[in-house]
Ligand binder design. Structure first.
Ligand code: ADP
Ligand code: MG
Length: 327
């Protein structure tokens, strides 16, 4: 027997929420904002064949659908409040939905971001998933906006880069990437860890932030443009995924500078925050690398160890320009 829309919602997307919240089941959800907060919201859309492979494990897809949104909240310094899930399915398969919901709820529970509503439809064009995440910032707090970077700020990156891109290449059939390397990097692509705690902890320490979803060169240039400055970055300081060290230079370079799906935070902070940021890295067990600084001169310059300085253009992922997979 095929599952109908309402049984899908009842069976898979109606887990209980806190008593104060009106969640799934009415025409709209209702919840109170915590005192002295402002609302922050974001949405991402994921389409089968473009953002995820048709045979991706459903639990990892459920995780990633929420993770990419929590990453956007993190990049504002916001605290998750709740989320909504729109899903279009070609044929509702109970096993698939059960695993998808498990992956989704596990991450939602981890960050206390209850699923409070959504929409469920049938799709003729493959699976479509759209999550809306709601979060809060302390009232009047501007958040880690892209336009708040200042000249001479340090530029920092969380975690490491390149793993997701290398895994994507391998899954797309690039035989230069060994099965061992795919195994070591696949989690980065399929189960990114949104830097939620880091984003909130950076509020008093950092100026501007962006999450790296489309490639460092491109995402950083969004921040630079908004902040009306340029940046110098040091190749040697960029946090390359440890398993990528032995890859040819050109692949490493593309993975680190242009690879998408990293969901690490790239942020700027005044020099006086250095010690606090180093302490924070230890407290949260998240590597934080200081990779360069903001400059008055516009543009993005990459310094190689040998004195060579290269001007970087913003190549990265653009949905209307290239036909690859990405977020
Ligand atoms: P309406 O027709 O008024 O839009 P629906 O019948 O589509 O309402 O949805 C019924 C309830 O189920 C609503 O509370 C809605 O938010 C919720 N809902 C529908 N799909 C999902 C989903 N995929 N995840 C979470 N909640 C959902
Ligand atoms: Mg509806």
């Amino acid at each position: 027997m095929t599952l109908g829309e309402f049984s899908v919602i009842a069976r898979f997307f109606s887990r209980p929420v806190s008593p104060g919240i009106l969640g799934v089941g009415d025409d709209a959800a209702r919840l109170s904002l915590p005192p002295d907060t402002d609302l922050v919201s974001c949405k991402d859309l994921l389409i089968e064949g473009r953002h995820f492979f048709s045979d991706v494990a459903p639990a990892t897809l459920g995780h990633k659908a929420l993770a990419v949104n929590l990453s956007d909240l993190a990049a504002m310094g916001a605290k998750p409040l709740a989320c909504l899930l729109g899903i279009g399915l070609t044929a509702p398969c109970p096993d698939w939905l059960g695993d998808f919901a498990d992956g989704f709820y596990r991450l939602a529970d981890q960050w206390q971001c209850p699923l409070i509503g959504g929409d469920t439809i049938s799709s003729d064009f493959g699976t479509v998933i759209s999550v809306t995440a709601l979060g809060t910032l302390p009232k009047g707090e501007l958040g880690l906006r892209r336009d708040r970077g200042q000249i001479d700020d340090d530029l920092w990156l969380s975690g490491d880069l390149g793993g997701a891109d290398v895994a994507l290449r391998a899954l797309q059939g690039d035989d230069k990437i060994s099965p061992e390397l795919l195994a070591a990097t696949r989690e980065r692509l399929e189960r990114p860890e949104p830097r939620v705690a880091l984003g909130q902890a950076l509020l008093p320490l950092a100026h501007a932030a962006i999450d790296v979803s489309d490639g460092l060169a491109q995402d950083l240039q969004h921040l630079l443009k908004a902040s009306h400055c340029g940046a110098e970055i040091q190749w040697q300081q960029l946090p390359l995924h440890p398993m990528l060290q032995t890859l040819p230079e050109n692949i490493k370079r593309l993975a680190v500078l242009n690879g998408g799906d990293a969901y690490e935070l790239c942020f700027t902070a005044p020099k006086r925050s250095r010690t606090d940021i180093e302490q924070l890295a230890i407290a949260l067990s998240i590597p934080l690398s200081r990779v360069g600084s903001l400059t008055q001169a516009p543009g993005l310059r990459l310094h190689h160890g040998n004195g060579l300085v290269e001007s970087l253009s913003a190549q990265g992922f653009d949905h209307f320009k290239r036909g690859e997979q990405h977020g």
